[in-house]
Design a protein around this ligand. Structure first.
Ligand SMILES: Cc1ncc(COP(=O)(O)O)c(C=O)c1O
Length: 297
């Protein structure tokens, strides 16, 4: 499905949306982004995505040239131009902008802002009904002293290599360890295991993207009485888990039923995972019907 793209306020179809070669997003991968989706045509958890985008931008000293309201207005204009029948996938990218061949910030005074809107394609129903197989990949998640995983960076070479490793073995996702050998997250999603009824996920200082869905799972767990906690996890914790799942904006909560050739739990999506998924979907519907008027965190 073709996308509609807004480049610095100009809306065009996918074939006609362009960025100059001297944009430092292209030259150096210098930029940050967010991926959002709609429920009931409302960008979901918009305030939380804006908070993370501002934090990513701050961590690379990139001034964002818009207020939250201005960006929301541009997103809505792009969605209107896309004429989607259903829900939208929304990707917002902000790069340093156009400048000479130097890393000097002075060279790029005007950031580029791109909004991509296309149809949200949900994973097929059997992804949730049967669960998925993941593999632990050899590519290590970025060291926090390098491009810190807290930054949702446009510079995705490491993640691409990790996911390509997972694709080669036919897996749905690749689980990445950090430089200490602990489990960090997947290449495009966060990871949880269930042990004795508690959902455990690696702490932020394991070096991972603070997923908005990950954060929302803490709220959902509190709502339905499932404890959700951070814990340092190793390979064996994953292999020995009762259940496991991954989270991301576009895929919600996906049950993991095997890791490589090892079965997790019963080898079927677990009851705790499915309860969280059900509660997640209900709350997403509720919040989007009342215009995302959740309490701001
Ligand atoms: C590395 C990584 N971790 C986790 C996530 C999940 O984050 P969110 O729930 O905000 O979509 C993503 C999403 O793209 C990601 O790229």
């Amino acid at each position: 499905m073709a996308a509609i793209v807004n480049v610095n306020g100009r809306i065009a179809d996918q074939e006609h949306a362009t960025i100059p070669v001297f944009d430092h997003g292209f030259l150096y991968g210098e930029g940050v982004y967010e991926t959002m989706r709609t429920y009931n045509r409302q960008p979901f958890l918009f305030d939380r995505h804006m908070r993370r985008l501002r934090n990513s931008a701050r961590m690379i000293t990139l001034p964002l040239p818009f207020t939250d309201d201005e960006l929301e207005e541009q997103i809505r204009a792009t969605m209107a131009a896309a004429h989607l029948g259903g829900e939208a996938y929304i990707r917002v990218l902000v790069t340093r902008g156009i400048g000479e061949l130097t890393y000097d910030l002075e060279a790029t005074p005007t950031p580029s802002v791109v909004i991509i809107v296309k149809a949200q394609i949900d994973p097929p129903a059997d992804t949730y009904e049967r669960g998925v197989r993941v593999v632990i990949v050899d590519i290590v998640r970025n060291h926090p002293g390098s491009v810190n995983p807290l930054i949702k960076s446009n510079n995705l070479m490491n993640s691409a290599l990790a996911m390509q490793e997972a694709f080669r073995s036919g897996a749905f996702e690749g689980v990445m360890r950090n430089y200490r050998g602990e489990i960090a997250e997947c290449t495009t999603s966060n990871l949880f295991v269930i042990r004795n009824g508690t959902a455990l996920t690696p702490p932020l200082d394991a070096g991972l993207l603070p997923g908005i869905t990950r954060e929302f799972v803490f709220d959902i767990g509190a709502d339905i009485g499932i404890p959700v906690e951070e814990a340092v996890l190793h390979d064996d914790d994953l292999f020995a888990a009762d259940e496991a799942f991954l989270t991301s904006t576009t895929r919600e909560i996906v049950p993991i039923v095997s890791v490589g050739d090892r079965r997790i739990g019963s080898g079927r999506p677990g009851a705790v995972t499915l309860a969280l998924l059900d509660a997640f979907r209900q709350k997403a519907q509720e919040l989007s019907r009342i215009g995302n008027l959740e309490v701001k965190r």
